[in-house]
Structures are given as C-alpha cells and as structure tokens.
Unconditional design. Structure first.
Length: 285
C-alpha cells in the first residue's frame, strides 16, 4: 500500500536512495497509549555504577545494555573528502565528555516495557528488532517515562556524541567501525529492506551495534546544514532553534554514501518515519 510523502528535509543529495526512505512515510503524529503503560517501580536497591567506570552497564528495569564511551577530541565530518561540497560536512575539531550509549538500538520489547505500546511498522520482526515509526516528540515521552523514579537522566545523544561513538571513539573511519559496510550493517546490498534483529552484524570498536544501518536514529539537536561553520569545539548541542531535528545513521535500504559515519540529515520533529528509531544515552555522574 503506497504511503504519502513525509515532509522530510534531507541534505540535497540527488539520486541517493536515502532520500527514498522518507518517501513513503506519512507525517501523522503517533498517538501513544501512555495511560496504559506499566509503572517502572524501582527495585529494592537501585543499581549504581561501580567505581572505576566499567565498560558496560545493564539497566535493571528493562535489561537495556550500555557501553561506556570515554570522551575525547576528534575531527567531525567528512575526513575522507568524498562528499559533494554542497553537503557542507567540512571536518572540524570537536571534543565530547564521557557518556554511556546504548549497545543496541532501542528494541520493540524495550519500548513496550516502558510505554506499554508498540508503534513499530515491522511488528512481525519481533521484540528483538529495533522499534521504529515514532516521532522525535514521541522519543521525548519515552525518555520521560524511562527516567521516572530513576537515578540517571536518559536522553537522546547529541549529533557530536553520536558520530564520536559511531567512529569507535572518534577514529578516522568511513563507516561505524571500519571500511567494510557489509560486515557492519544492513544495507541495500545485503538485506530484504526490512528491519533485522539488533546485534546480528559486527559491532564497531566500542562494541556498539547497528550504527550504520537497520534503522536511522533521532538525535537531540536541531538540524542546520550550515551549523558546522559555527559549531563550538566543546560538547556542541546544535543550533538553538530550527525546523528539523537531526537524524543519523541509515536504514536497510541505504546506499554506500548515505551509510557513511559523516552523513547527516534531518526531519520535522512531528514526522512519523517507518525507517527511523532511537538509541539511548546517559551522562556519567
């Protein structure tokens, strides 16, 4: 069944298959049945991060796994010089602080535990597949409920955090974890163009999975194609306002270029996109 075109503002890249990913997406607002969502009652003792910042952490409420990302400075943008100039992904130095990032994209099962509903289009894929088909605003509702009665502030990653983690801690990599896309992610050459269970491809150098493909991911920033010109060096959080929110990564229908670590796009925050999901981060306390 064909779908209406969503108001999706992608970086102008004529011919890229990534532009097609939003072509069949209706811009309707997802109505979540938040009143039916289960209460996240804390356990007797809330799990604390052990001293010394371990490399991984498992959330006791949902079972969601996180990887510690040691902050640092890196060259954000097209360090290989392969993007057209009009995409404006000029390399520039950025530094990010320590944070924890979800080892996997949020799954349908994890979304259901928090929200009591499942917005995914590809429900048949199952609870271990990434949840998708939610708006940026819906991710805010998810984070608010996930944070309830918690000792951590869960949120979406900034664009700078996302790319730093994608590139295995700011390394010079074409894709998230290396230069062989087929090993690292689902794309137009090795999938039936549907979501797949998370963690079935190779991880990147930080043991984080599916940052190249499967579903693209919302970030917290407003999107502005010219932002790199004026981006601050330390922990940039994007423009103060805008029309669209940043989307990073690609989906199972993506091409080589749109799967690159430096590729960026954006969409209206009330756009419901069947190829877009989310990943959770929190900051070390």
């Amino acid at each position: 069944m064909p779908f209406r075109t969503v108001a999706l503002t992608l970086i102008s890249l004529v011919g890229l298959a990534v532009a097609a990913q939003a072509a069949d997406v209706p811009p309707t607002k997802l109505k979540l049945r938040s009143t039916s969502a289960p209460e996240l009652t804390p356990p007797t003792a809330v799990a604390q991060l052990p001293a010394g910042a371990p490399p991984t952490y498992k959330d006791p409420y949902t079972g969601m796994e996180f990887v510690f990302v040691k902050g640092g400075c890196y060259q954000m943008g097209d360090t290989f010089g392969e993007f057209p100039a009009d995409l404006k992904v000029t390399p520039h130095e950025v530094c990010v602080s320590d944070f924890w990032m979800g080892k996997y994209e949020v799954t349908q099962g994890e979304w259901i535990k928090v929200m009591g509903d499942n917005p995914a289009h590809n429900i048949k894929c199952g609870k271990d597949c990434p949840v998708e088909n939610m708006t940026w605003e819906d991710t805010g509702a998810f984070m608010s409920r996930y944070r309830k009665n918690r000792d951590k502030v869960f949120r979406l990653p900034t664009e700078a955090e996302w790319e730093f983690a994608c590139r295995s801690g700011g390394k010079r990599e074409k894709f998230c974890g290396g230069n062989n896309l087929d090993d690292l992610g689902w794309n137009s050459d090795n999938t039936v163009k549907k979501t797949q269970p998370v963690g079935t491809k190779q991880p990147n150098g930080l043991e984080i999975y599916d940052m190249n493909d499967n579903v693209s991911e919302w970030c917290s920033d407003w999107f502005n194609q010219d932002y790199y010109k004026n981006s601050p060096k330390d922990n940039p959080k994007g423009p103060s306002q805008g029309l669209n929110r940043v989307i990073r990564g690609s989906d199972g229908r993506s091409t080589d270029l749109s799967s690159r670590a430096a590729f960026r796009s954006g969409a209206a925050q009330d756009s419901q996109i069947r190829t877009n999901g989310l990943r959770v981060v929190f900051t070390s306390q």
